[in-house]
Design a protein around this ligand. Structure first.
Ligand code: SF4
Length: 349
């Protein structure tokens, strides 16, 4: 096993147990929901100053750790003030990290200055589609779903090869480009690299046509964290994104996985139920998932695994040399295929 590879397992209470080995891994984290946890109906309506006081008091009263409180306050301070007419644009996946990022965003900025975009790869977990309206209603910020060609369409017809760790054509085409196109269509300015002084670069659509700029470039926000992976451990707090052509800030970059959940539970927010059986909220059959996660997919949502078997047929090369179809055959043989699909309860505790 490679040093940076993550392992995980589900315990007898159907809780996810993380056990990541590696220099920056999330070490030995056990996902468990506080006993009797119930989310509130909506996020408390407080001013920024009231939130800061509440966070300090929570640390003082031992409701959250002092370390988490100081990370929250530092992150809020680091988030930029907005120019007149400027918005923040949260890149929202419905996962825990982007949820925590949204919580900080909603603490710092008034709702009418926040946009949230969810790029639908058409292979999201059903739990993710269920969660989005629940969270949207709780936080009181509209989340715009961006239609994309979908991961299967992309991998079957337009780019029929498996993504690689450092060249994720799926992320670029199903997540990044749809965000850029949406912002361009709405008339949000871009941050272009400086050209010659006489010819300052103008905002353009991907087609090369000039963009009719109506608003300043938004401050983009995303939920990446240093401790997620060795790749992400080098990310800066903010940088210009070469695909989206806007500046991206990362408010939860320094948070550890425990702190993400501590924040969500302290805020009494709802959360995506998919975390009761997988460690990542991503495409359901993401080719970077582990074999065990793909087995879990087949147990819970066999129709989703069927789709990946079909995509594998188009690519004509077995996923990771193992094959989605091999995993499906194994699950069928052992009676595990779809065994959790009927009995699964969907509830938002
Ligand atoms: S979750 Fe996986 S499959 Fe989906 S876009 Fe990201 S890397 Fe690609």
């Amino acid at each position: 096993m490679k040093q940076s590879m993550a392992m995980f397992e589900i315990n007898e209470n159907n809780e996810l147990v993380m056990s990541c080995k590696g220099p920056v891994g999330e070490s030995h984290f056990q996902f468990s929901v506080p006993v009797g946890y119930t989310p509130t109906d909506h996020m408390p309506n407080l001013t920024f100053e009231q939130w800061k006081l509440k966070i300090r008091n929570a640390a003082f009263a031992g409701e959250i750790s002092a370390e988490l409180a100081s990370k929250i306050l530092a992150s809020l301070d680091r988030l930029p003030d907005l120019e007149p007419g400027q918005k923040v644009c949260a890149s929202f996946s419905n996962g825990k990290d982007s949820e925590a990022m949204m919580l900080l965003t909603a603490i710092k900025y008034p709702p009418d200055r926040i946009m949230a975009l969810f790029a639908d790869t058409k292979d999201e977990w059903p739990e993710t589609y269920d969660f989005q309206p629940v969270f949207e209603s709780w936080i009181g910020i509209p989340i715009t779903t961006l239609e994309t060609e979908g991961i299967h369409e992309l991998l079957r017809h337009r780019m029929p090869f498996w993504p690689m760790m450092k060249r994720r054509h799926c992320t670029k085409n199903c997540k990044m480009i749809p965000q850029r196109d949406y912002l361009d269509q709405q008339g949000y300015d871009q941050i272009r690299l400086q050209g010659r002084a006489k010819n300052p670069p103008k905002a353009k659509f991907r087609s090369g046509e000039l963009l009719d700029v109506k608003y300043p470039a938004p401050v983009m926000l995303c939920g990446e964290r240093w401790s997620e992976s060795a790749n992400r451990s080098q990310l800066p707090h903010d940088s210009r994104d070469d695909v989206i052509l806007r500046y991206t800030h990362r408010p939860v970059l320094e948070f550890r996985i425990e702190e993400i959940w501590e924040l969500i539970f302290w805020m009494r927010a709802p959360y995506n139920q998919v975390y009761h059986f997988v460690r990542r909220c991503a495409c359901a059959g993401c080719p970077f998932a582990s074999e065990k996660e793909i087995e879990t997919l087949g147990e819970h949502h066999p129709d989703k695994l069927d789709e990946w078997c079909e995509t594998e047929r188009y690519i004509n090369h077995p996923w990771k040399g193992i094959g989605f179809s091999t995993i499906r055959a194994r699950l069928i043989r052992s009676g595990r295929y779809g065994r959790m699909a009927v009995s699964k309860e969907r509830k938002y505790a």
